[in-house]
Design a binder for this molecule. Structure first.
Ligand SMILES: Nc1ncnc2c1ncn2[C@@H]1O[C@H](COP(=O)(O)OP(=O)(O)OP(=O)(O)O)[C@@H](O)[C@H]1O
Length: 677
């Protein structure tokens, strides 16, 4: 690039994804240094697209861009849209951009004074949403010029400005250019562009002419730029042969932006400031969605659980049918095997320790399974005839134990997996109670009790499937309502975030941030901080309700907090994905609701059905609606104090991580190939 030029664009081609026509077609443009360049053209000819390519908000498909600046920080871009945050006051808006650009307070004050005089800005305390169209535009211009950029790019800054102010504004632009700033400006008022040093006339994605206004008017022998433009349009229509196509691969001019990494924290800090201001302005909604929803969720869940029917456990003991001949003897004496019956000990201990799940003894399995299939029982435990003997031989014979004995020394458990909460708890109780019984015995023999760390049991979760299953209406009260409420609580931050991001995209504020050098990762980091706080309030409110109102211990506080944050990260990436995919608030909200509310809600509907109909439904539902696992793990943590290593919880975390990786990949591909938000 020669020393006289500020921007050189060669053989530029650009089309939007999904469309077949070129918006920019073999366009060439040279913008001289320290001058005002007026870009004129009819509506839809590609001016905004061209400017967005120059500032790095969009990538060209082919062509080259050379710039006087080597960093986005030295560019000031005013998009055509409002590009301000509605809830902010004018002072807060300037504060945000000052911290984004790291402007010192003296420089900030001096610049504000200057801009105040030129643009006649409204008072500082006014909120942006209350400003008139013209006032918004003036604030937007001031934001663009705040950091004294070397290259200023303004997309229709004067529309809506009164003629007097527009006149002063042009004078100010001339002062800026003589002070060493290069300005590119688009306008619909063609005659206004006579004040520019050079004018580029654009039509249908190509630049028809590029000269000073005087030269253009003189060379066509007309009186106005408007007439020049008409002549050029006519000539373009007559032209038979277009310029030969020359497609050179595009190289991002900002690839080596010197500020990309050094500005991570200042940018993230500014985004956090903006997000907290947003929370402050929408505090009632924030509290309602965080505290309100989670409190409602806990109430709902506790109330639903009250209506859950009694869960009974059936026991078939082939060794001692009713344990009637058995005299409970908790003081084992090692070697006196006649007094030991682990199965009867187990039933006894269960009755004492888990009264919520009454044990009913049956003579044979067919009888027990009949009750199980009519959903009278939630679990059936089958002790083999030589259960106690088998266990004792396990202890004494160790690795030499025979297969038969191994089979005989394990309790068979058939679970009704429709009710995952009950089955989880039953499994846990069997482990604990059996563990204590066996360890007591081992201790009395002077053996290491750790041998009984994993009590022998075979779990069958599919025994209740198939014919003869009876539905229980309460499956829907306990599961569907709970999953809906928990789902909505999870979704609230996702929806909030998606709408806030989408609003920024629609108003152009997002583009302005990206053009000022903010990276997607910094925006995401800023949102993550707010999310982490939001979730802390959420979980604290949930545990308070559980503890103070229902007198129930809330499960594992920190683990549930970590999981909800993982879910939140997934939500952030999901929200970002939605924003890329959609172009309006309505579309974003719609997609959010369709994709996420439905998936969480359906998980609740699936639970009661998945086990009762046929086993494959469970696998299909888990594949199609992996949220079902996430929700189950959250409930297990909150209600049952499950640890991370519990399979359910572990899977929940894995699903969140997989979700996040999935969305990150899609976002990456979309940003890479769609090349814009
Ligand atoms: N995100 C997008 N996806 C698909 N097409 C788009 C997108 N943005 C713009 N276009 C299309 O590209 C063409 C050029 O649009 P552009 O906004 O660059 O025109 P413009 O000259 O700035 O118009 P105006 O003066 O009215 O602002 C138009 O046909 C427009 O519909």
């Amino acid at each position: 690039m020669d020393t006289q030029s500020a921007v050189v664009l060669r053989n530029a081609y650009k089309k939007y994804g999904g469309t077949s026509t070129w918006v920019l077609k073999n366009l060439n443009m040279t913008i001289p240094r320290n001058q005002i360049y007026g870009l004129l053209g009819s509506s839809g000819c590609g001016k905004t697209t061209l400017l967005k390519c120059l500032v790095g908000a969009l990538d060209l498909d082919y062509g080259s861009i050379e710039l006087i600046v080597n960093s986005k920080k030295k560019i000031g871009f005013m998009p055509q849209e409002t590009a301000l945050f509605d809830e902010f006051t004018i002072a807060e808006t300037f504060q945000f951009y000052a911290s984004l650009y790291r402007i010192s307070s003296e420089e900030f004050r001096a610049k504000m004074k200057e801009l105040q005089e030129v643009l006649d800005l409204p008072p500082d305390h006014r909120t942006c949403s209350t400003l008139s169209g013209g006032q918004v535009r003036r604030v937007s211009i001031a934001v663009t010029l705040l950091h004294t950029p070397s290259l200023v790019i303004l997309d229709e800054p004067t529309s809506g400005l009164d003629p007097m102010l527009a006149h002063y504004f042009w004078q100010y632009l001339q002062r800026m250019s003589s002070n060493g700033q290069t300005i590119i400006i688009t306008t619909h008022y063609i005659e206004e562009a006579r004040q520019a040093n050079v004018v580029g006339l654009m039509r249908k994605g190509v630049l028809l002419a590029e000269k000073s206004p005087e030269e253009l008017i003189a060379s066509y022998g007309v009186d106005s730029l408007e007439e020049v433009f008409l002549r050029l349009c006519h000539q373009q229509n007559q032209a038979i042969e277009a310029e030969p196509e020359k497609k050179i691969p595009f190289k991002n001019p900002y690839k080596d932006d010197v500020n990309t990494y050094t500005m991570f924290w200042p940018h993230t800090k500014a985004i956090i400031y903006k997000n907290f201001k947003w929370v402050q302005r929408n505090f009632t909604m924030f509290i309602l969605l965080s505290v309100g929803l989670s409190v409602a969720c806990m109430f709902e869940s506790n109330e639903c659980l009250k209506y859950a029917p009694q869960m009974r456990v059936g026991v078939v003991n082939h060794g001692a049918a009713n344990c009637s001949n058995y005299a409970a003897d908790p003081d084992y004496s090692c070697g006196d095997n006649q007094t030991v019956d682990f199965s009867c000990n187990f039933v006894e201990a269960w009755r004492a320790q888990v009264p919520d799940f009454p044990v009913i003894l049956y003579d044979d399995m067919s009888q027990a399974m009949r009750f199980a299939k009519s959903r009278y029982l939630v679990s059936v435990l089958e002790f083999p005839a030589n259960f106690t003997l088998g266990i004792l031989q396990r202890f004494t014979e160790g690795s030499h134990v025979e297969q038969d004995l191994l089979d005989n020394s394990a309790v068979d458990i058939r679970q009704d997996s429709t009710d995952f909460m009950a089955t989880y708890q039953i499994e846990q109780n069997i482990r604990d109670i059996m563990g204590v019984i066996l360890k007591d015995y081992l201790r009395s023999c002077g053996y290491n009790p750790k041998v009984a760390d994993i009590p022998p049991m075979n779990i069958n979760k599919e025994a209740f499937f198939g014919e003869g299953i009876v539905y229980r209406p309460h499956d829907y009260t306990t599961h569907v309502a709970m999953s809906c409420m928990v789902g909505i609580t999870f979704l609230a931050p996702t929806i909030l975030l998606t709408l806030s991001l989408c609003l920024e995209k629609v108003t152009g504020a997002y583009t302005r941030c990206i053009v000022s050098g903010v990276r997607v990762i910094e925006i995401l980091a800023g949102y993550t901080i707010v999310l982490v706080l939001y979730n802390l309030i959420n979980i604290a409110a949930m545990s308070l309700v559980q503890f103070v109102i229902y007198g129930q211990p809330y499960g594992n506080f920190w683990l549930s907090y970590v999981l909800i944050n993982f879910i939140g990260f997934t939500g952030i990436f999901f929200g970002f994905f939605v924003v890329i995919l959609t172009r309006s608030l309505i579309e974003s909200a719609g997609l959010c609701i369709i994709m996420s509310v439905s998936s969480y809600t359906f998980t609740g509907f699936i639970w009661p059905i998945e086990a009762a109909v046929f086993p494959q439904v469970r696998y299909i539902s888990t594949a199609v609606l992996p949220n079902t696992l996430v929700l189950k793990s959250f409930m297990a943590i909150v209600w049952k104090d499950a640890s991370f290593w519990n399979k359910q919880v572990y899977l929940g975390f894995m699903i969140c991580i997989l979700h996040t990786i999935f969305y990150i990949s899609i976002i990456y591909l979309m940003l890479r190939y769609k090349k814009a938000l």
